[in-house]
Design a protein around this ligand. Structure first.
Ligand SMILES: [Zn+2]
Length: 437
């Protein structure tokens, strides 16, 4: 060192003595749980399909110091929101060892216990005991283990513009119980569900072996979750994807009561239409039709159910969806090319794969659907093949279909979607054009 050089300060503290130095977020070394023999791995026993929550065992993914050795599932809570959780911890907004206080969060109604909860074949994509975790596994929580609910049940009023019009014109009556007032507020029970996958059961639904499913998940998620490969002893995975929300109209207990009539819509998210009323598809009109019919069924002494799945753009996502829109609009947008344009880009026409969808219906104890507010053959087949008969399928009324979405609806009917209103021929498909820009 030259005599004129000043020694460099060795730390931040020396240059700014008044600035508080951030403590490192993690003081303990990283603990890998890649192999069963590592670090005293002692997963809580988990018997999917067992006859009671205690026999089944708690599901835990937590990496807190108390729970880590007992982890018996792969992934994280919160679906895709686990990533924001990481940012909150990294940014110092949330202590990594935060333990939630579940006091007063319990469901707003007593969910009837039904046989499907302990049927390995009926429910594989959600935790049947996920709504009452703090109660079922109280003693674990008291010992400091981090175990969380994956289902939440609350009550709300909803207000939908189109339905307000139905109340105004008298086609939907105010009854003070379901439709609360002339503004069209509708009373609902809401059930939010995060996905919890029992991998052997999910593999079976897709008719593949479990090893193939695990390998595909590992590879297609960029090599994340190595335990999918190295921990075949861990059978449950909480995938980083959106779940579903069920809106119940009328007494929730009626869903499992076969003497009560039930109207159901299972809806897959389409943000552009559902929220922003973009007119290229029939998603919002069908959703609103579903809500109104579900409310009417409840008014008639039955119950209604609308299940909203986060499967944006046929589970291809909005980027792919909009790229397909551009392709369609730049090639004349005819119904006969509708699916081909998606296939050219995504390789498949649809990635929603309804195989896991009926689980929530079984969780509610539904044994038949009187009116199914959907034209989708994929949803129909999945529900009926899972053992729930559908007595009537209800087509969206023609007057609710926006002009630009005729391409979509005709292509779908021609490909096998149910319609009691129209038949679509090959010739029709080439004639039906969407709007060009
Ligand atoms: Zn849509």
């Amino acid at each position: 060192m030259l005599a004129t050089e000043q020694p460099k300060p060795s730390s931040h503290e020396q240059t700014h003595p008044n600035v508080e130095v951030k403590k490192p977020l993690y003081t303990r070394p990283v603990v890998l749980t890649t192999y069963p023999t590592q670090n005293k791995s002692d997963p809580f026993p988990l018997n999917w399909g067992a006859s009671s929550p205690q026999k089944r065992g708690p599901i835990t993914v937590a990496r807190s110091i108390e729970t880590l050795p007992h982890r018996n599932a792969i992934g994280a809570h919160g679906g895709s929101y686990c990533v924001y959780n990481s940012l909150a911890v990294a940014g110092g907004f949330l202590p990594a060892d935060h333990h939630p206080d579940f006091t007063l969060t319990e469901p707003t109604f007593d969910v009837p216990k039904v046989a499907s909860w302990h049927d390995k074949n009926k429910i594989v994509a959600m935790d049947p005991y996920g709504h009452d975790t703090p109660r079922y596994f109280k003693e674990y929580l008291e010992k400091g283990y981090d175990i969380r609910p994956t289902i939440a049940i609350t009550r709300a009023n909803i207000r939908v513009t189109e339905i307000q019009r139905s109340v105004e014109n008298g086609s939907l009556k105010v009854d003070g119980k379901i439709v609360l007032n002339k503004e069209g507020d509708i009373a609902v029970t809401k059930v939010a569900v995060e996905p919890v996958w029992y991998l052997p059961g999910v593999a079976e639904r897709f008719d593949v072996d479990e090893i193939t499913l695990r390998r595909a998940l590992f590879e297609q998620m960029g090599g994340a979750y190595p335990e999918l490969i190295t921990r075949p002893d861990i059978k449950v995975f909480l995938p980083p994807i959106g779940g579903a929300t069920a809106y119940i109209f009328g007494p929730p207990e009626y869903l499992s009561d076969p003497t009560k009539k039930l109207a159901v819509r299972v809806h897959d998210e389409c943000n552009g239409s559902d929220v922003f009323q973009s007119d290229i598809c029939t998603c919002r009109p069908y959703l609103v039709f579903g809500i109104e019919e579900a409310a009417k069924e409840a008014q008639n002494g039955g119950a209604g159910l609308v299940v909203y799945y986060r499967k944006e753009g046929r589970a291809l996502g909005e980027v792919v969806k909009y790229l397909v829109y551009n392709k369609r609009k730049r090639t004349g947008d005819t119904a006969d090319q509708y699916f081909r344009r998606t296939e050219e880009l995504a390789g498949v026409r649809d990635m929603r794969f309804q195989a896991l969808m009926p689980d929530i219906l079984h969780w509610f104890g539904i044994t038949k659907i009187d009116r199914m507010l959907s034209m989708s053959n994929m949803k129909y087949d999945a529900i009926v093949n899972s053992g729930i008969p559908i007595l009537q399928r209800v087509t969206i009324p023609e007057e609710l279909i926006p002009a630009d979405s005729q391409v979509e609806i005709d292509a779908k009917i021609q490909s096998g979607y149910f319609s009691d209103q129209k038949k679509v021929t090959e010739e029709d498909l080439t004639c039906v054009h969407g709007r060009t820009w």
